[in-house]
Write a protein that binds this ligand. Sequence first.
Ligand code: FES
Length: 105
Amino acid sequence: MQKLCSLEDLENRQSKGFTLNGDALFVIRQERTVYAYRNSCPHLGIPLEWLADKFLDADSELIQCSTHGALFTIDDGVCVSGPCSGQSLSMIDVDIRNDEVWVLL
Ligand code: FES
């Protein structure tokens, strides 16, 4: 696993993008749980965000692809609306150790 950041670098209920060893990913923090996904929409294989670190819908309830508006659940990355409905984002394993966020790429 590789260290991504400190837990305190992530705002609660917000998303943030990273590039680690050339791999684009993004994370969402919910309290002390962090979800991580590869930054590639299953529809066209392109990054999800238009604005830096903005991966969530207006209510911060779902992950949103900015290109065609696909919506994904935060906890398992399944597309629940949009052109790739039923497909999933590629989840990355996360471990929180001593308030640090580690990922397995
Ligand atoms: S590229 Fe994401 S919904 Fe089309």
